[in-house]
Design a protein around this ligand. Structure first.
Ligand code: EPZ
Length: 422
């Protein structure tokens, strides 16, 4: 088991170069199944969720080869239809996208139910199923927790209304709809930047998708897709995490290779706390003396404050002057991280299922804590960087799902952090 050991109280100074966005790279990797050719992708992040996705593509027969220029060649022409048993596809939530991609290419998919971070509460897939059935596929669960979908007469375009704004369902239906005859319209679609990223990849491969990034996405399906070269957009959550680390620990850190527009809500919230933020066209600098005001926020679908930044912001508010109210509007039970922060002396009160009140305190104490999911782990790292004494964080495997070399990046910023195998 891996462990991060962090001695807190050291301000951070320097630069971090942000990688490609995990939650965009995952669907785009599986979308290559639709292209039947030699794709070349850039800014694929080196995180464990991506490693697992590449293993799945290899299992299906894809040929994957790293290139000297940093690109990744993914040849999906050899791929043949295969069932994807739970032991292959069940470890990550992103494997949900295999269904849309396999349906779009083969008219059929059989995938072991996806895994993914369990941050409290279940993670339904009813909207994904609603979309596949609207396109003419039959969906059923087999006894060994396999989700089998099949369009015996081929997929046919349709209009689909998503009752809840869902990133995964929006993308999954978009993937399948490229293989449907006729036009599909997704209403109440999610607007996260990575949805437009997936649509841009598919259009570069010959698809005809418009409206991605708005609440109405139109896909004119049935066009054969070809391989293409594509660069994944930068990871706004990775960038936001380092911005909050600098705000909380104090110092001056610049995150590079980002799209500031995607960071607007995080930047706005930091400014509300009194932290200094300066923005250029591809970087953001955060300057802090570690003292700042509390504030309130509600995690909402994009363009709202990202739910994937909620735990990190919760950690930052533990050190704020005053009281902060955190409301989680996407995953109401996403508060398991607060139990671990409480072990460090944080003063957090859960007033309702989806709400926490955080009473800021000047110091937290180092403790032994456990990452319960990817972003909870990032929150514990942030809290540890400003805590008195040493914090030991287990469950690092969760953090590695979404952050490349987080210990090295933070050490280069001056943090006293070590990654060890226990
Ligand atoms: C994606 O999860 C991300 N995961 C999550 O990131 C992220 O928190 C989430 O989008 C929201 O931005 C990946 O991209 C692999 P949703 P996803 O469908 O697609 C409900 C991280 O930390 N819902 O947008 O599963 C659902 O319960 C991870 O990187 C249904 O009701 O999220 C939730 O309340 C964690 N029925 C809301 O919609 C469905 O069929 C939004 O979920 C699907 C979802």
């Amino acid at each position: 088991m891996k462990k991060l050991t962090i001695r807190g109280g050291i301000p951070l100074y320097g630069d971090v170069y942000i990688g490609g966005m995990k939650n965009s790279a995952l669907p785009i990797l599986f979308a290559t199944i639709l292209t039947r050719g030699k794709n070349i992708l850039y800014q694929i992040p080196k995180v464990s969720d991506i490693d697992l996705s590449l293993e799945i593509l290899s299992f299906l027969g894809a040929v994957i080869e790293p290139l000297d220029d940093g690109g990744l060649l993914i040849d999906t022409s050899p791929i043949e239809f295969r069932d994807l048993p739970f032991e292959v596809s069940g470890k990550i939530r992103g494997s949900m996208y295999l269904i849309g991609a396999m349906l779009g290419r083969f008219g059929e998919a059989s995938v072991g139910m996806p895994g993914g971070c369990n941050f409290g509460g279940n993670r339904p897939i009813d909207l994904h199923i609603k979309g596949f059935e609207a396109l003419g596929a039959r969906v059923n669960f087999t006894e060994d927790s396999m989700l089998h979908t099949e369009a015996l007469d081929g997929l046919v375009g349709n209009s689909i209304y998503l009752d809840t704004t869902s990133v995964g369902a929006t993308i999954n239906i978009m993937l399948a709809a490229t293989g449907a005859m006729g036009t599909t319209v997704i209403e109440n679609a999610a607007r996260e930047p990575h949805i437009a990223d997936v649509a841009n990849f598919l259009n570069a491969a010959g698809a005809d998708i418009s409206g991605a990034g708005t609440t109405t996405v139109k896909i004119r399906g049935g066009r054969p897709l070809h391989a293409c070269r594509y660069t994944i957009l930068p990871d706004m959550i990775e960038a936001g995490t380092y911005m909050l680390a600098a705000a909380t620990a104090g110092g001056c850190v610049t995150v590079h290779n980002i799209i500031p527009k995607h960071m607007e809500t995080v930047t706005a919230k930091l400014l509300e706390t009194g932290v200094k933020v300066s923005v250029t066209d591809n970087s953001i600098t955060v300057e802090s003396d570690g003292r700042y005001r509390g504030t309130n926020f509600k995690a909402l679908p994009y363009p709202g404050f990202p739910t994937d930044m909620h735990p990190q912001f919760g950690a930052m508010m533990c050190y704020a002057e005053g009281i902060s109210t955190l409301v989680e509007g996407v995953f109401p039970k996403r508060f398991r991280y607060t139990d671990e922060l409480t072990k460090m002396g944080a003063d957090i009160h859960r007033t309702e299922e989806n709400t926490a009140l955080i009473y800021g305190t000047p110091r937290l104490r180092g403790a032994s804590v456990h990452a319960t999911d990817l972003r909870a782990g990032a929150a514990l790292v942030i809290a540890a960087l400003a805590a008195d004494g040493v914090t030991e964080i287990t469950g690092v495997e969760y953090i590695e799902r979404g952050y490349t070399d987080i210990a090295r990046h933070l050490r280069e910023l001056g943090a006293a952090i070590e990654l060890t195998e226990t």
